[in-house]
Design a protein around this ligand. Structure first.
Ligand SMILES: [Zn+2]
Length: 396
């Protein structure tokens, strides 16, 4: 008689003890597969490669039944531990103290996986076979470049004919207390670098040189003003953050040859990455002709704009049914109405949204990526009960 993985704390301890610092598998997917096998999941392991990035192992597991198909998505890779000596309890020990389990990945997000597996196990134990299908789509590449992970695993599964009706991402979404927040969308993100080319010279003879500093200031001003928008019904205002401004000139009597700036934009659903890039390009083009800070200069500012990294799209979940089900499960177990939010950074939900509606709900994120990452044992039990309640209501 095999025992089912109904205890989230036991599941989590097993996962924390696997040293799966991204992109290393560290035994985490093997341990997860061992939990899923007795439940009847068909488990597939896929390793994806791409030049210039580390190979990454991923896992797709499906428990099949007649009815709707629910995906649970997450990652077993974790960020590095940082200063190991600073941890109160060793980061891969899963030690428990004062009702808290310590370990890297406790909340981000081995804990979410441990609870979901326990919820499925309890559901099966109490209700028999599922009236539908549950899949786990687990990557080892969320905290890394995110190239050989969720994107390719979704493509691989879809190519085999997998179709999903809804997805839950188990990232830690609650700022303070379990039940605070369900994420129903995410802002998009684009980043760029600006380079202004001048001509080096003596500070006392500016007419013989061309100082790029007034040029970069002019262009950065055009990026920041006016505001890109004032926010939408579901999203906060788009924000452009200038992340660096560099000239690197140590001499007071030299006009530098070049000045650089970099920026990141978190944008809402009034933009797409493409039309936002077009807006930025238009602003720079117009500002390049300004002579306000460059008196006596007739030629436009000479600059380059380089878009860096891949744009991350904005999305909003339109499925009322999925959002209501998750909200109802949270309220039934915690008595709290979770806020529906689109705040924060991006997650793998941005890839899943191309396949099915997706919401995010997991543990309390307060200690994620920190020294002494930890989770309350009570929270593990509560989240398991929330997920189980969701399964019960979803597979009626
Ligand atoms: Zn995470």
């Amino acid at each position: 008689m095999t025992t089912l993985p109904t205890d989230p704390a036991a599941n989590l301890a097993t996962l924390i003890r696997c040293q799966s610092v991204t992109p290393t598998e560290g035994g985490a997917l093997t341990s997860l597969a061992e939990m899923l096998n007795p439940l009847g999941f068909a488990v597939d392991r896929q390793t994806f490669s791409e030049e210039g990035t580390p190979d990454v192992e991923n896992l797709y597991a499906r428990l099949s039944g007649n009815g709707p198909h629910l995906m649970f998505a997450g990652h077993t890779d974790v960020v590095p531990v940082g200063d190991e000596a600073a941890w109160t309890h060793p980061p891969f020990s899963a030690e428990i103290a004062d009702g808290m389990m310590y370990g890297r990945g406790a909340v981000d997000m081995k804990g979410g996986i441990a609870c979901f597996v326990a919820a499925v196990a309890r559901h099966v134990e109490q209700n028999g076979p599922l009236k539908g299908s549950v899949s786990l789509l687990i990557t080892g590449d969320e905290e890394g470049p995110a190239i050989n992970g969720t994107v390719k695993l979704l493509e691989w599964a879809a190519a085999r004919g997998e179709k999903w009706d809804a997805a839950i991402v188990g990232e830690p979404t609650n700022p303070e207390t379990l039940g605070d927040m369900i994420k129903i969308g995410r802002r998009g993100s684009i980043s760029g670098r600006l380079i202004v080319h001048g001509r080096q010279g003596h500070a006392a003879y500016p007419h013989l040189a061309d100082n790029p500093v007034p040029g970069i200031v002019t262009l950065v001003d055009a990026l920041l003003h006016p505001a890109l928008d004032e926010g939408t019904a579901e999203f906060q205002a788009t924000n452009l953050e200038v992340t660096t401004l560099d000239v690197g000139n140590p001499a007071v009597n030299v006009i530098p040859a070049r000045a650089e700036a970099a920026f990141n934009i978190r944008f809402n659903d009034s933009w797409s990455a493409e039309n936002l890039q077009a807006e930025i390009e238009k602003r720079l083009e117009k500002a390049a002709g300004s002579t306000r800070l460059r008196q006596g200069r007739s030629e436009p500012i000479v600059y380059e704009l380089i878009w860096t990294g891949r744009p991350s799209p904005v999305f909003l979940t339109r499925s009322e049914k999925l959002i209501e089900h998750m909200g109802a499960a949270v309220e039934a177990i915690t008595g709290r109405r979770a806020a529906l939010s689109t705040s924060g950074g991006s997650s793998d939900a941005r890839f899943i949204k191309d396949y099915c509606p997706v919401v995010e709900f997991g543990l309390v994120g307060k200690t994620m990526h920190m020294v002494d990452e930890r989770v309350a044992l009570d929270d593990l039990e509560t989240l398991t009960r929330i997920y189980q309640r969701f399964l019960q209501d979803w597979f009626v």
